[in-house]
Design a binder for this molecule. Structure first.
Ligand code: ZN
Length: 251
């Protein structure tokens, strides 16, 4: 099965559409959460996400936007965008966000693979470095964990003697590119497909991945999208300017 992995879309419809247009062939879609927050198209992104796939885990911004958690742990910019998002969402979409499952979730026909927002033990945990990944990799018995939350594309891998981190290296800054990573037997992996709507690794292009569960290959992808359109929508919505400028910086 070929699974399209989308994470941290953050209401960026332009980036989502670019990913869907550029994605290599896939059989199903798994969404790793933070569907909304920061960007200007929360309802459209929810509706499009529901059209293309049925497997979701909830992110912290999804929980905050629908009132499942309060905003005390959010920085002022994130809190402001969350309040704006909550006001925009239709009653049906608010209800749908409230119903999203906590990870880990698994899917039929794809054994030994799980999907989370932060980490298997804690949906809100940030796994940024290889050191952060040690405990989650040790505690889970599942070979491959796909996660999001950090907006950093790449993977961590471990066995009894070896711990490693991998970030795809791309040749351009503005074109569509992909990078294949074959997964080895006997290793555990945490794989982040990157953020569709607000990358934070200094590369403004939308990030996603496709996992071929038979060949056990992860294909990391970056695609350019209509950045100006996404920024204009943020400004037209009277959201903070920083939310528009950060998209260009990939931060
Ligand atoms: Zn996020």
């Amino acid at each position: 099965m070929r699974i399209l992995l989308l994470s941290d879309i953050h209401s960026n419809l332009d980036a989502l559409e670019a990913c869907l247009a550029a994605a290599p062939e896939y059989d199903s879609v798994v969404n790793l959460g933070d569907i909304v927050g920061y960007g200007a198209n929360p309802n459209e992104v929810i509706e499009r996400s529901r059209q293309i796939g049925k497997v979701f885990v909830r992110g912290n911004h999804d929980k905050a936007a629908c009132g499942l958690i309060d905003l005390k742990d959010f920085n002022p910019l994130a809190a402001l965008a969350t309040t704006w998002t909550r006001d925009q969402l239709t009653p049906g979409n608010l209800e749908w966000l409230r119903s999203l499952p906590i990870g880990p979730v698994q899917i039929d026909g794809v054994p030994d693979v799980q999907f989370v927002h932060g980490s298997p033990a804690d949906e809100d945990e940030y796994v940024v470095t290889a050191r952060d990944a040690v405990e989650p990799l040790m505690l889970t018995s599942t070979a491959v964990t796909f996660f999001g939350h950090t907006h950093l594309q790449g993977c961590f891998t471990m066995n009894q003697v070896h711990l490693d981190a991998f970030r795809p290296v791309y040749k351009t800054v503005g074109q569509s590119e992909s990078s294949d990573v074959p997964l080895k037997n006997g290793m555990r992996y945490m794989v982040n497909p990157g953020s569709v709507g607000q990358p934070r690794d200094g590369d403004w292009r939308a990030g996603f991945a496709v996992f071929d569960s038979d060949a056990r290959i992860v294909t990391f992808c970056r695609v350019p999208y209509n950045l100006k359109a996404a920024q204009d929508r943020i400004l037209a919505a009277n959201l903070p300017q920083r939310l528009a400028t950060r998209l260009a910086a990939g931060r």
